[in-house]
Design a protein around this ligand. Structure first.
Ligand code: FES
Ligand SMILES: [Fe+2]
Length: 449
């Protein structure tokens, strides 16, 4: 069962025979030359997430995505469609807007050129003073391609990049039964870290570290490599599917209430009916699926309607090449995105978005691997410096807090004369695969074209 491949496009993501075996050289984690190559050949070719679709409700609503030294505006048009533009004035390139907002037009703060939200110049000072002709009707903002999937707004700077649904293949198919558009983003934190952005790509492409770094997880999600399923896809994306039941090899200390019992009780199952721990984990997990299947509607979990048995309990964790990870459970989505610093290859930004499905009468949400409840409403963006952990202490109950704690030690190791080619476990196959896809981009041969 553990090696089942569910989607016809999936390769076994735990089999190193699906790799070429490209070395993972350390300079990629600190050299400016690598950083420049990544910009030239990858960041300008991939689809980026600018925000959530529900941030763009009315014509004139716009969001801004700053990525490295670049900035892009996405605006809702009069006809309801979305358009995206480089955030650079068509006169002399001044940045037009700095944060999201709602306006019918943008006036450049430098010489006052006025742009409609469709990107066309509609007014300018001294229009009769241009020997080359009135700029109105001639000069417009430069467009980027925009599309939507999963309730996210995406754009790409490249005209040749495959369409979004092809680029994401086959994830839109795999997640077709999840109503991601209805998710509410109840926490939104951006943390400045002292580590190359690829730390997170490596980290999220393996669960080998979780037993050491995240000991609170296995009692709730079985992270054993021999019960998980690993998938890699042609476009460079990957998944691990971990069973939503306690691991049989991690017990909570004697006398401590097992967290899985509360989940069972919530769904009307008496955890004390099982004769032993193994039966509670294995039979309880099957009983949980059946109970969710039976009670979802009366308990208000409307998002369950079209979900499969796997969707209802398991913890699928997807990593979108190159810099997004998402855990899409039946109750919500933990979303992570990491981006390079504009000039320093040893710094990056990490976005942590907690999203959840609204449940009638439920005012707060607690993720199954955390302890603090979040209020159930759209969250404002919080900007943080990591500051040795002090800048994010309120997030100390989250799994990513523990990952952030590893960043600076990892960056130090990459710079060490003691660096060796990684010695990877089979369950870390997706780590090398990430670098092989990265190499393909840098060599001008990205997947899908
Ligand atoms: S740069 Fe925008 S009006 Fe001059
Ligand atoms: Fe982790």
């Amino acid at each position: 069962m553990t090696e089942t491949i569910t989607h016809p496009m999936a390769m076994n993501g735990k089999d190193p025979r699906n790799l070429r075996g490209d070395p993972i050289t350390p300079d990629r984690y600190y050299s400016r030359e690598w950083m420049q190559r990544e910009w030239d050949h990858m960041w300008t070719k991939v689809w980026h997430i600018a925000g959530r679709q529900n941030e763009l409700q009315e014509p004139g609503d716009y969001i801004v995505h700053n990525f490295m030294h670049e900035s892009v505006i996405i605006a809702k048009q009069q006809d309801g469609s979305l358009k995206g533009f480089y955030n650079a004035c068509a006169h002399r390139a001044q940045k037009l807007v700095w944060t999201k907002g709602a306006q019918d037009s943008w006036t450049c703060p430098y010489h006052g050129w006025v742009f409609s939200i469709d990107g066309s110049l509609i007014d300018a000072c001294d229009r009769d003073d241009f020997p080359q002709g009135d700029p109105v009707g001639k000069r417009n903002l430069i467009e980027v391609r925009v599309d939507t999937w999963g309730g996210f707004v995406w754009y790409t700077m490249d005209d040749e990049t495959p369409p979004l649904l092809k680029y994401l293949e086959p994830l839109p198919d795999i997640y077709r039964n999840h109503p991601f558009e209805t998710l509410v983003r109840i926490r939104q934190v951006r943390v400045a870290l002292n580590v190359n952005w690829k730390f997170a790509s490596d980290n999220f492409n393996e669960s080998y570290h979780t037993r050491t770094a995240h000991p609170q997880v296995p009692p709730v999600i079985d992270q054993d490599h021999f019960t998980s399923r690993y998938e890699m896809f042609p476009m460079g994306h990957a998944r691990i599917i971990q069973m939503g039941r306690p691991s049989l090899r991690d017990r909570v200390p004697e006398g401590k209430e097992h967290p899985f019992k509360a989940t069972l009780r919530f769904w009307g199952i008496d955890p004390e009916q099982y004769p032993d721990y193994e039966t509670m984990a294995m039979q309880g997990w099957l009983d949980l699926k059946a109970a969710k299947r039976m009670l979802w509607k009366e308990k208000g979990f409307l998002q369950y309607e079209n979900m499969s048995d796997e969707d209802l309990t398991e913890s699928p964790f997807g990593v979108l090449f190159p810099n997004v990870a998402f855990g899409a459970s039946s109750d919500g989505m933990s979303f992570f995105r990491w981006e390079p610093h504009p000039s320093d290859p040893e710094k990056s930004y990490f976005d942590y978005w907690m999203m959840a499905y609204p449940i009638e009468g439920k005012g707060e949400y607690v993720h199954r691997t955390a302890s603090k409840p979040y209020e159930f409403k759209e969250a404002e963006l919080e900007l943080r410096e990591y500051d040795g952990g002090l800048g994010v202490m309120d997030l100390e109950d989250t799994v990513v807090f523990q990952d952030w704690g590893l960043t600076e030690g990892q960056q130090a190791g990459w710079r060490s004369r003691g660096y060796q080619e990684p010695y990877l476990a089979a369950q870390e196959t997706r780590v090398r695969r990430f670098h092989e896809i990265l190499h393909d981009y840098l060599d001008g041969k990205p997947p899908g074209r």
